[in-house]
Design a protein around this ligand. Structure first.
Ligand code: F6R
Length: 250
C-alpha cells in the first residue's frame, strides 16, 4: 500500500515502484467496475498504463472483474493512422487490453485518426460521451512536458475534442514506439482539457524520474496552460498514483 499525502484537493499515493502503481490503480478500477458494472471508463495509452492493464486482464481471467457491460472512451489517437496501424492507439488498446478481456468491442471508443471530416468526427466523439452520460472514471498519464492526453502546453482550459499539433518534445518522447523519429505523426486527435475535467473521477499515473518535474508542476505549480496537467488542481475527485522516482521533487 502506497503512502498517501494530500496536495490541495488532490490525493497523491506514493508507491515503491511501477509495479505497485499498477496494482494500486487496478484495484481502484476493479472496485469501481464491481460497484457499477455499466461504468463508463476513460482510458489512456502509452507505456505507463500497460502494467495496470495486465493486472486487469489477470483479474478478468480469474473472474474478479466483469467488463461485459463496461463502456470506454480513449483519450486520443494519432492523426492519419488507421485503427489497423500497429502504432495506432486503437491497435494498442486491442493488443494491451480489449483482446484479452470480456469487453464488447462495440462499446469501446477511440477517436477516429483517419477520416474525411475531422471536425465532424470530433463533434461525434463528444456527442457519444454525452449520450453515455459522461465519463465516470478517467485514467490519465502525463507527458514530461505536463501534457494530459495530447493537450500540449498552451492548450486552453476550455478545449474540447479536436485536432492538435504535437510538440517536438512529445515527438521525441514517443519516438521509442516507432522505428525512427520521422515515422511519429506530428498531429493527433485528443479530448480537450474541459472534456477531461468533466469526468466524475480522475486517476493520473506517473512513473520514473523524467516525470518528476511535470508531476510537481501539476500539483504545486501555478494553474494554467503552460502546464496543462495543473488544471487538475480544480477537480474535486482527482488522485495521482506515482512511484518514488516521479515523486522525488514533491
Ligand atoms: C496517451 C496520452 C498521453 C500519455 C503521456 C505519457 O493516451 O494521452 O498523454 O499518457 O504521453 O505517456 P507514457 O505513459 O508513454 O509516458
Amino acid at each position: 500500500m502506497g503512502r498517501e499525502v494530500v496536495v490541495g484537493k488532490i490525493k497523491v499515493i506514493i508507491c515503491q515502484d511501477k509495479q505497485e502503481v499498477s496494482r494500486e490503480a487496478a484495484a481502484i478500477f476493479i472496485q469501481a467496475i464491481n460497484s457499477n458494472p455499466e461504468i463508463v471508463l476513460g482510458l489512456a495509452t502509452g507505456g505507463t498504463p500497460v502494467g495496470m492493464y495486465k493486472e486487469l486482464i489477470e483479474m478478468n481471467k480469474k473472474g474478479k472483474v466483469n467488463f461485459s457491460k463496461v463502456k470506454s472512451f480513449n483519450l486520443d489517437e494519432y492523426a492519419g493512422l488507421d485503427g489497423s496501424h500497429p502504432q495506432s492507439y486503437r491497435f494498442f488498446m486491442n493488443q494491451n487490453l480489449f483482446n484479452h478481456i470480456n469487453i464488447d468491442k462495440s462499446n469501446t471508443y477511440v477517436p477516429e485518426g483517419k477520416f474525411c471530416d475531422c471536425e465532424q468526427s470530433c463533434r461525434n466523439y463528444e456527442e457519444a460521451i454525452k449520450k453515455n452520460s459522461g465519463i465516470d472514471l478517467q485514467l490519465l498519464g502525463i507527458g514530461s512536458n505536463g501534457h494530459i492526453a495530447f493537450n500540449e502546453p498552451g492548450s486552453p482550459e476550455k478545449s474540447r475534442t479536436r485536432k492538435v499539433d504535437l510538440t517536438a518534445r512529445t515527438i521525441d518522447d514517443n519516438t521509442r514506439f516507432f522505428d525512427n523519429r520521422n515515422q511519429v505523426p506530428t498531429q493527433a486527435i485528443t479530448m480537450g482539457i474541459e472534456t477531461i475535467l468533466e469526468a466524475k473521477q480522475i486517476i493520473l499515473l506517473a512513473t520514473g524520474a523524467n516525470k518528476a518535474t511535470a508531476v510537481t508542476g501539476a500539483l504545486k505549480g501555478p494553474v494554467g496552460s503552460r502546464l496543462p496537467a495543473s488544471f487538475l488542481q480544480g477537480h474535486s475527485a482527482c488522485t495521482f498514483i506515482v512511484d518514488k522516482a516521479a515523486a522525488c521533487e514533491l
